[in-house]
Design a protein around this ligand. Structure first.
Ligand SMILES: Cc1cc2nc3c(=O)[nH]c(=O)nc-3n(C[C@H](O)[C@H](O)[C@H](O)COP(=O)(O)O)c2cc1C
Length: 185
């Protein structure tokens, strides 16, 4: 796929199904993430990959555990929703930033770097015929989920990247007019 065409036509797609990327395709997605711009080469990233029924079920249980810890009286319907959430795609990659102390690299730069990694993965998915959807929601900011993932309280979940095969063919995204956002003097 032509690089410019990919850059101009990246789009998110939430209706995803099997197949998920193979191990080889996942390698490319991972390598794309690791090419994120990274001030001082801190590599402040950590990614958790969930794929396949058992793994997605395990993630649903983590989601539920985290939600129950913050809301012990969580209604049954919401508990079931938490368990089912990961099954919206055959693969989920949780992108996290593990902040490093550096006098020249503030936290915001490290979080941006992690965001760029997610962006890279979205491109690598689409370039290989897959699609993805970057989500956050309350779980991204749930301190108990961070704990369950083994992250420090100061680290952050930058996003849940839902990945898989689009259920229907992806239409080209609307093009935003550059002149509305870029100003030449
Ligand atoms: C940090 C971040 C968090 C996001 N969280 C959500 C989310 O929780 N739910 C959602 O529907 N879209 C979320 N989005 C937006 C979608 O990923 C997507 O970018 C948006 O729907 C626009 O679609 P497009 O990427 O095809 O332009 C998030 C985007 C970013 C950058």
């Amino acid at each position: 796929m032509d690089a410019i065409e990919l850059l101009l036509n990246r789009g998110s797609f939430g209706k995803l199904e099997e197949p998920a990327p193979s191990n080889e395709e996942l390698q490319i997605i991972q390598r794309a993430a690791l090419r994120a711009p990274d001030h001082k080469g801190l590599r402040p990233w950590k990614f958790f990959v969930y794929q396949g029924n058992d793994s997605l079920k395990q993630l649903g249980e983590l989601f539920l555990q985290a939600k129950l810890k913050s809301e012990p009286d969580l209604p049954q319907a919401k508990q079931e929703k938490a368990l089912a959430m990961p099954f919206r795609a055959p693969m989920i990659i949780i992108a996290c930033v593990e902040y490093q102390e550096h006098e020249k690299v503030p936290k915001i730069e490290q979080a941006i770097s992690c965001g760029c990694a997610v962006h890279g993965m979205l491109f690598a998915l689409q370039a290989q015929g897959f699609a993805g959807y970057w989500r956050t929601g309350d779980l991204a900011f749930n301190p108990f989920l961070k704990e369950l993932l083994g992250l420090k309280p100061s680290d952050e979940i930058v996003g849940f990247l839902y990945a898989g095969t689009p259920k229907v063919s992806i239409t080209k995204p609307d093009q935003v007019v550059p002149e509305d956002y870029f100003f030449k003097s």
